[in-house]
Design a protein around this ligand. Structure first.
Ligand code: PGA
Length: 241
């Protein structure tokens, strides 16, 4: 299966012109890449303007339509040819108080319209990783049908590694991937755990990206800060091709 490199632009850049320029430069930079699916997740308002690479949204609501002021539905994203949705990002958990229960509702609606959720999980500094991942996976994946798992991507993003420059070691990433697989095998089935795509995020850059894919046991990367720098992001993509 193709490796997945996901750019999480967060709340950047400030104008549509800058967004188009960044997108087109990345598109140009990765055009010869063969074995990678590059997914760009810009703020909602830029989604209709960007064409030529796979698109993802950074969040979504859990209903198709209706009286939900300020929200965007999975169906609206689907109708814009968006394919992926980041859910449960630690910033949404922190600043929007998103809970595992809410994330679970969002995952179900995203799957129902045929989009692929990128579900972020990870422990904060000093937390018991085993306990946090168990709880997040159990609650986020509650009553999701087994057949849906081929569309699901789990992003292991230790909160202490996000935007800090302190990326998770390859060894710890590998251990976390094994732990996630074990938890999913216990909750569901071994075959599901073996097949599920797990990616890593947290201070990924052009220098450390390759090792994660070669030795970290992950199927891709979720890139925040470095995805806003065309050269750095292109280097990340090329390093794992
Ligand atoms: P970072 O962010 O690459 O800037 O650490 C990753 C993320 O928040 O998804």
């Amino acid at each position: 299966m193709q490796k997945l490199i996901v750019a999480n632009w967060k709340m950047n850049p400030e104008t549509a012109e800058e967004a188009k320029k960044l997108f087109d430069s990345v598109k140009n930079g990765v055009k010869k890449v063969k074995n990678i699916e590059v997914v760009i997740c810009p703020p909602f308002i830029y989604l209709p303007l960007l064409k030529g690479l796979a698109l993802g949204a950074q969040n979504v609501f859990y209903k198709e339509s209706g009286a939900f002021t300020g929200e965007v539905s999975p169906l609206m994203l689907k109708n814009l040819n968006v394919q992926y949705v980041i859910l449960g990002h630690s910033e949404a958990r922190k600043y929007l108080n998103e809970t595992n229960e809410l994330i679970n509702k969002k995952i179900k609606e995203v799957l129902a319209v045929g989009l692929k959720p990128i579900i972020c999980i990870g422990e904060k500094e000093g937390e018991d990783k085993n306990k946090v991942l168990q709880e997040q996976l159990k609650e986020c994946l509650k009553s999701i049908e087994k057949k849906e798992f081929e569309k699901i991507i789990i992003a292991y993003e230790p909160v202490w590694a996000i935007g800090t420059g302190k990326n998770c070691s390859i060894e710890e990433t590998m251990n976390s991937v094994l732990l996630i697989k074990k938890i999913i095998a216990d909750l569901y089935k071994k075959e599901i755990a073996e097949k599920i795509r797990i990616i890593y995020g947290g201070s990924v850059n052009g220098k450390n990206s390759r090792e994660y894919i070669l030795k970290g046991g992950v199927s891709g990367l979720l890139v925040g800060g470095a995805s806003l720098d065309v050269n750095e992001f292109t280097q990340i993509v090329k390093s794992v091709d």
